[in-house]
Each structure stands twice: as structure tokens, then as C-alpha cells.
Design a protein around this ligand. Structure first.
Ligand code: FAD
Length: 396
């Protein structure tokens, strides 16, 4: 067991923790930082299991932190990737209305995108077919600036740069408790005690629990939602050239099952959204009784479930039935068949949920004395990570 003292300790080796450390280092290279991560490597959870998309910022409420930080954050991340040789590509994306009743919502998204400064335009069926010859649809929005990136590669590069700059990255180190004093914070961890003048909590799926340990009276709770993917077999990859998205259901923060060309090659299809039975539950078999009991007894989840019973059951059906998943995908690409798909990875989203059952979709960064808690860093937090890092640095 060891004991160590730094100016700032960052908890969490996902993209938000690493980008925050990088921004702090950029601002003041003399700050001594330690980053604590419970896993043996970076990007093991949300960051390494996401869709790999560089979002444009088209969907978000114009006054929200997501809208304000996605556009700038994406540009900053693209510059970072170009400078340090991390794979990324500007592919463009289409958001496709497949029925007449989706067209008004498509127009609303277009308006929103324009308010958010996103370069986007409405295209007709003919142009959609030039861009994506196998995609069905009446009209679509073309978003030229959307792209794809290797988020795990971004994290590895950030970790390397931080180490080279003399900062300490401690893996296999889980924070168990936090004690705040007038002049410092002490963290009891599985590998010893760490002390710092200030601490930043970037714990993703566990950020609410860590925030409470810091003394923050957080009324909301994280409820984990798993997103499952299939992958196109090589012989079917030609069916999708770049990124094909449906018109999202405005009641949910999830974007609907979509097709994503990956920067490392291949095409992913998904994700859906089902309650995960553990915060890090990547299959139906991974169950954590504490996590599950917390979700199922939380008034916010019960209200959400009661209000969306039909959708929830449909999502479970789509998770258990490949045929149902394929039917959703066929709305966008009718040629897709079950035999074109193999089971892909899955990821769990940390969804902050209010006690009233409302999904909190914007970024939430709050200070509790010497601890800054990133309580909600939902999508597009990976795209916006460098800007979230700036927000946190402003708080310190
Ligand atoms: C299925 C899915 C698809 C998505 N697609 C996209 C996309 O295409 N584009 C996009 O921009 N965003 C996307 N997102 C969102 C994006 O991935 C997340 O917003 C982002 O990765 C959050 O990063 P993070 O660092 O906060 O969390 P994480 O990556 O989860 O990292 C948190 C880290 O904290 C560590 N930790 C937790 N508790 C402790 C503790 N007590 N002690 C020490 N360490 C601890 C964990 O081990 C973990 O490594 C998607 C998310 C999911 C799940």
C-alpha cells in the first residue's frame, strides 16, 4: 500500500478524465497530477464501447452545454487527432425520414442544427440515393461535418502524453472513499491513499456514487442502459458507405439504431437501449444485485418505466430477437438480412435520471468544496471531451 500527494487527482481513465487532465496540463504544466483508474487500462467502459462517431451537434437544445460544446469540442478533437496521428475521418452523415410523418421532425432537427451553427441541408430521395445507394427514405438531412474516430486511440495518446509530461497514471486503483479537509482531500483506494488539493470525479457510470462520497447532495441517480450492436459481415459492408441514422424519437436521448462505418474498418449496426442489470453489465447474464436493486427501487426509474412500458418491452424484444433487430434496420436499408449480421460488442450508457422520471441529457458539472464532480457526461461527451476538460479546468 502506498501514499501519494498531488495538486490534482482525477478519478477515471475514460476520455473525459484524460481530456480533463490534458486541458489542465495545457493550462499549467507545473500542476502535479495523478489519474486513478480502477481498470488495468484506459477506455475500458463507455469510451471504448461507443459508436465511434464525431457528432456535429445538430440535435441538441441551442442553449444547452451539449450544443455549446459539441461543435467546438469536435474541432478541437479533430485537430488533436491530426497533430498526434490518431485515426479519424470526416465521413458525413445522413439522418433519414422513412415515412411522411417523420418529415416534420426532420425539419425541426434541421432548424436546430442551423441554430447550432452546423452545416446541414435537406436533401431529396435522389440525392440520398447518390450518397447511400441502398438506403430507403423520403427525405434526409446531410451533415457534412460528422465523422468517425478511434476514441480508444485518443485515450492511449492522451495517457502517453500525460506520462511523458511527468504525471502519474495509477491503474488497478479503485477509489473507495473520499474525505475532505480544510486544506486537502484524501482518497482511500484499493492500492493505497492519495491526497490532493483538488479532485475531479470523471467516473462515468459511477459518477453519482463518487459525487455522494464527496459530500454532494445529488438527488438524481445514474441508471445504466445497455446498447447492443451487430456488425455487417464483409459481403454486406457495401450496403452502408458512411453514417446512416433514423429520425430520433424526441422523448428519448438515444438516437435510434443506426449504421456506422468504423474508422478501423467494418460497419456497426445499433445500438438499442435496454436496462442493464449491472452498471457494467454488457450482457443479460451480468447481474449486480446492488446496481439492479438501486435501479428497480428508484422512483425515477419506476416513473420512466411506467410511462414508456410499450417502448421498453419493444426494446427488450429487439434485444432478444435478432429478427426484430433486423426489422428495425430494414427501415433504413431494406436489403439487410439476418445472415448479413454477426453479434457485435455492447456498451452501457450512464443515464442520469431525475426522481420525476425525466432523463437528464445535458452535461452536469458541479463543485462540492475541493471536489469537482462531472455528474453527467452522456453522448456527445466523447466528441466534446476537450471542451468538457476546459469547463472542468475553469471550475478548479
Ligand atoms: C453505446 C454507446 C454509444 C455511444 N456513442 C457515442 C458516439 O458515437 N459519440 C460520442 O461522442 N459519444 C458516444 N457515447 C457517449 C460517450 O461514450 C460517453 O459520453 C463518454 O465515453 C463518457 O466518458 P467518461 O470518461 O465520462 O466515462 P467512461 O468512459 O465510462 O470512463 C469512466 C472511468 O471511470 C472509472 N471509474 C469508475 N469508478 C471508479 C472508481 N471508484 N475508482 C477509479 N476509477 C473509476 C471507470 O473504470 C472508467 O474507466 C456513447 C456511449 C455509449 C455507451
Amino acid at each position: 500500500m502506498s501514499s501519494s500527494q498531488s495538486d490534482v487527482v482525477i478519478i477515471g481513465g475514460g476520455i473525459v478524465g484524460l481530456a480533463t487532465a490534458w486541458q489542465l496540463h495545457q493550462r499549467d504544466p507545473s500542476v502535479r497530477m495523478t489519474l486513478l483508474e480502477k481498470e488495468p487500462d484506459v477506455a475500458v467502459h463507455q469510451t471504448g464501447r461507443n459508436s465511434g462517431v464525431l457528432h456535429s451537434g445538430i440535435y441538441y437544445r441551442p442553449d444547452s452545454l451539449r450544443a455549446r460544446n459539441c461543435h467546438q469540442g469536435r474541432i478541437a478533437l479533430q485537430e488533436f487527432c491530426s497533430e498526434y496521428g490518431v485515426a479519424w475521418q470526416q465521413t458525413g452523415k445522413v439522418i433519414v425520414a422513412v415515412t411522411e410523418d417523420e418529415v416534420p421532425r426532420l425539419r425541426q432537427i434541421l432548424d436546430r442544427g442551423r441554430q447550432n451553427g452546423v452545416t446541414c441541408r435537406l436533401i431529396e430521395r435522389e440525392e440520398l440515393h447518390e450518397l447511400e445507394p441502398h438506403c430507403a427514405g423520403l427525405k434526409a438531412i446531410h451533415v457534412a461535418e460528422a465523422g468517425i474516430v478511434d476514441y480508444t486511440g485518443v485515450c492511449r495518446k492522451l495517457a502517453e502524453l500525460l506520462r511523458q509530461a511527468g504525471h502519474h497514471l495509477a491503474f488497478n486503483t479503485q477509489v473507495k472513499s473520499i474525505r475532505q479537509f480544510a486544506d486537502r482531500v484524501e482518497l482511500d483506494c484499493t492500492s493505497g491513499t492519495f491526497a490532493a488539493s483538488q479532485v475531479v470525479n470523471c467516473c462515468g457510470l459511477f459518477s453519482d456514487r463518487i459525487a455522494r462520497k464527496s459530500g454532494q447532495q445529488l438527488r438524481e441517480r445514474i441508471v445504466p442502459f445497455r446498447g447492443e450492436y451487430y456488425e455487417l459481415r464483409p459481403e454486406a459492408e457495401h450496403l452502408c458507405r458512411s453514417l446512416i441514422y433514423p429520425v430520433p424519437d424526441p422523448r428519448f436521448p438515444f438516437l435510434g439504431v443506426h449504421f456506422t462505418r468504423m474508422v478501423q474498418g467494418g460497419v456497426e449496426c445499433g445500438p438499442n437501449a435496454v436496462l442493464a442489470l449491472a452498471r457494467e453489465g454488457y450482457t443479460w447474464k451480468q447481474i449486480n444485485l446492488r446496481d439492479l436493486a438501486e435501479s428497480l427501487t428508484y422512483p425515477g426509474f419506476l416513473r420512466l418505466a411506467a410511462g414508456n412500458l410499450r417502448t421498453g418491452l419493444q426494446e427488450i424484444h429487439r434485444s432478444l430477437s435478432k429478427a426484430a433487430f433486423v426489422r428495425s434496420l430494414q427501415k433504413l436499408i431494406p436489403e439487410i438480412r439476418e445472415e448479413h449480421l454477426t453479434v457485435g460488442p455492447s456498451g452501457v450508457r450512464a443515464q442520469l435520471l431525475g426522481r420525476d422520471g425525466k432523463l437528464i441529457d445535458d452535461f452536469v458539472v458541479q463543485r462540492q468544496d475541493r471536489v469537482v464532480n462531472v455528474c453527467n457526461a452522456a453522448s456527445p461527451a466523447a466528441t466534446a471531451c476537450l471542451n468538457i476538460g476546459r469547463l472542468v479546468a475553469d471550475c478548479l
